[in-house]
Design a binder for this molecule. Structure first.
Ligand code: BGC
Length: 733
């Protein structure tokens, strides 16, 4: 039985019927209303971007009277078991029907134990790692009284300008679908009523990552086939994994806002995907239908959202104010309201909130956070997220023989920036910085200088950095982006290093010492100068509380990096959006002038999707492609040809050469991560189902078309052993 079907249980549906028959229209509207506490005094919203602990300094109004009136069904943004229990007590003890509240929060990559940002973690190519970190995040969040996380974000992101690329699994549909399922499974476990788990929320439904020009909240125009073939599958995967909730998005899709889009919310989600949970709007995305130019006023917005299939209103407060009137005026049928309430109550029952409204208490909460096992997992996840981009002459791992090491750069000792976006439940005090990690891992003298600020507008003075470097045998420079330069509302129109960081690198390079660049950032950067001039480059993203130890593990060789990029790195921002699974044009780039390319730079990315080096080397051989009984079997041998053990992510790509709609040049269809000892080789086998090789044609039918297919097995999306197979009419029946 599929996992959405499992959300329907006759005994629960009967309880919902009984409740619905007793509820007033206002109480129903209340169940569909999610509020956040209102800030009475304290810091401005923007300060959360600079200080994860700013929340503690704020005085909030929790609207307890509204709970008593029965006009609130859910809260977001309430932190801590004590506060949550206080509000829950009002709901279950002081309201007419005693329906419990559901409390949600953005637990995106950890609650208190902050793990690597999701983009980083996906570079491990280990969905099971993501499942495990989500499970720990759920355990901590649940101990803090929460029932629900607004995660995973499963938006495909092909544009590095978009700051929210940090929150997802990158540009690829196949890999993104695997991570979507794993994260849902990690958050929810096998039983939502288990107080170690929380309900997941697949967001932002849908196509939010395709914002024109990479500008957040911007419009999206896309062929409906692309929607179904590229952007929908990770959501389908989350639904199949049993995701109890979805979040509608801010963007419009081909002119219809996704928070009022009946085609996507009802026809596809409830219909095609068989989704039985509930949909919550994004923050005020119902209210924003007005400035969007899709609704005349708040009431019109609420009507359009509810009729389209948004069950719960996040903070707009249209539903609680407008639904009663809309129903009484005959504009919205009561059956539509009842269906939405049913979905919300279903999830509350499945979470066991009616039997156990108080999930935790303060004592359980403090005992559950930052446990040693959680920190161990944070370190493991962090080092598995690191991608080695360059390593000339085997400079890394660093030889312990060095007596003096210079550690330079604005991100070397910047604990807060290691947390990345969505880390307000974390604390910078929990973080071991990269400098701290290096200091604990080496006997060498570590000479530290900040060098410059991340985003300095004033002229920079590199004197201290030069002095430190002049004494050292090797220079490690940690540069990149601050935590608030990615995530929501953090689109960038330049993708190079901000401020004077590249000038700092140039000054250090001029000294002629071995130069290791450690990047810490929330999106792919365009860094051609670094690619050309650094001796070694580690992409470390934002690795969370154990950033320092993880980076040190890789720098000194306690761990051999095996991460691979999940987004293409552009040479220049002008290449964006750039992704490997593009379709070909009628004039693929050649030397000839009149072909599809740039006159001032390459067409190919700086680093392709799937790219990542190791301290060892791997060789691929013996590609075999066989077809039998609705399946294509592809096998190859991978050998560790270097001197140390290492992990390799072997990737399988398939290209449908001729299609009734132009097909991507290649698409990821399989991957396997394997650990090989020096000299060891292993035969890998990938099984492809013919049914998985299709796409949506012009008539929106999913078809597998006969003809020639190419296959590649290799170390990244741009290299690999090439083969082919042919599908006959009979194969695709
Ligand atoms: C974001 C969502 C988030 C919500 C609640 C919105 O601004 O787009 O991703 O879940 O706020 O915090």
């Amino acid at each position: 039985m599929n996992k959405q079907a499992q959300l329907l249980r006759p005994e629960i549906e009967a309880k919902i019927d009984a409740l619905l028959s007793q509820m007033t229209l206002l109480e129903k509207a209340g169940q569909l209303t999610q509020l956040g506490p209102t800030m009475l005094e304290g810091v401005g919203v923007d300060s959360f971007l600079d200080d994860p602990e700013a929340m503690q300094k704020v005085k909030l109004d929790y609207h307890e009277d509204w709970i008593r009136e029965g006009v609130v069904g859910s809260y977001l943004g309430v932190q801590g078991a004590e506060k949550i229990n206080r509000l829950q007590k009002i709901a279950v003890e002081e309201t007419r029907l005693g329906i419990p509240l559901i409390f949600g929060l953005d637990v995106i990559h950890g609650y208190r134990t902050m793990f690597p940002i999701p983009l980083a973690e996906a570079c491990s190519w280990e969905p099971d790692l993501a499942r495990r970190t989500a499970e720990v995040a759920a355990r901590e969040a649940s101990a803090a009284g929460l029932h629900w996380t607004f995660a995973p974000m499963v938006d495909i992101a092909r544009d590095a300008r978009w700051g929210r690329i940090a929150e997802g699994a990158g540009e690829d549909t196949f890999l993104g679908s695997a991570f979507a399922a794993a994260r849902v499974q990690g958050f929810q476990g096998d039983d939502l009523a288990d107080p170690q788990h929380v309900a997941a929320c697949a967001k932002h439904y849908i196509a939010y990552g395709a914002a024109v020009a990479g500008r957040d909240y911007n419009t999206v125009e896309m062929a409906v086939q692309t929607l179904h073939d590229v952007y929908l599958p990770p959501f389908a995967s989350a639904a199949d994994a049993g995701a109890a909730t979805f979040m509608s998005a801010f963007n419009d899709l081909n002119g219809v806002p996704t928070s009022a889009n009946r085609y996507t919310l009802t026809d596809i989600l409830r219909g095609k995907l068989g989704f039985n949970g509930f949909v919550v709007s994004d923050w005020n995305s119902i209210g924003e239908l007005v400035p969007h130019g899709h609704a005349a006023d708040r009431k019109d917005a609420g009507k359009k959202a509810l009729l389209a299939g948004v069950d719960m209103d996040m903070v707009t407060e249209s539903y609680r104010h407008d639904i009663p009137e809309l129903v009484e005026a005959g504009v919205i049928p009561m059956s539509v309201v009842d269906e939405a309430v049913r979905r919300v109550l279903r999830v509350k029952f499945l979470l066991g909130l009616f039997d156990r409204p108080f999930r935790s208490d303060a004592e359980t909460e403090s005992a559950a956070l930052l446990r040693p096992a959680h920190l161990d997992l944070a370190r493991e996840a962090a080092r598995r997220s690191i991608v080695l981009l360059k390593n000339v002459g085997g400079l890394l791992p660093l030889k312990q023989a060095a007596r003096k090491i210079a550690v330079i750069g604005p991100l070397a000792d910047s604990p807060f920036d290691m947390l990345g976006s969505w880390s307000f439940t974390g604390s910078r005090r929990d973080v071991v910085s990269i400098l701290g990690g290096i200091q604990s891992a080496t006997e060498a003298e570590v000479l530290y200088a900040r060098g410059c600020d991340i985003d300095d507008k004033l002229p920079a003075d590199f004197a201290q950095a030069i002095e430190a470097a002049s004494q050292a045998e090797v220079v490690i420079v940690v540069v990149g982006e601050s935590a608030k330069m990615s995530g929501e509302a953090a689109s960038r129109m330049n993708l190079g290093l901000p401020g004077h960081q590249e000038d700092l690198l140039k000054a250090l390079k001029a000294m002629g010492k071995p130069l290791v660049v450690v990047l810490s950032n929330g999106r792919p950067l365009s860094i051609p100068w670094i690619a050309e001039n650094a001796d070694a480059i580690l992409e470390t993203w934002q690795l969370g509380v154990q950033a320092g130890p993880a980076v040190a593990d890789v720098l000194f060789g306690a761990y051999n990096p095996g991460g691979k990029l999940v987004t293409s790195f552009p040479y220049a921002v002008g290449q964006c959006p750039i992704y490997y699974n593009r379709t070909s044009t009628g004039r693929p780039a050649t030397e000839f002038w009149f072909t599809s390319k740039y006159i001032d730079g390459p067409v190919a990315p700086l680093y392709p999707f799937g790219f990542g080096l190791s301290y060892t080397t791997f060789e691929y051989a013996d590609l075999e492609v066989r077809k039998a009984a609705g399946r294509v079997t592809v096998s190859a041998t991978v050998k560790n040809t270097g001197a140390v053990a290492g992990e390799e992510v072997a990737q399988l790509y398939v290209g449908d050469v001729v299609g009734s709609r132009v097909r991507p040049i290649k698409e990821l269809k399989g991957f396997q991560k394997l650990l090989l000892a020096p000299g060891e080789s292993r035969k890998l086998t990938f099984e492809l189902k013919v049914a998985d090789l299709g796409f949506h044609n012009v008539d929106m039918q999913y078809v597998v078309e006969p003809g020639l297919f190419k296959v590649w097995v290799g170390t990244n999306s741009a290299e690999g052993l090439a083969g082919e197979f042919w599908l006959d009419e009979a194969d695709v029946q």
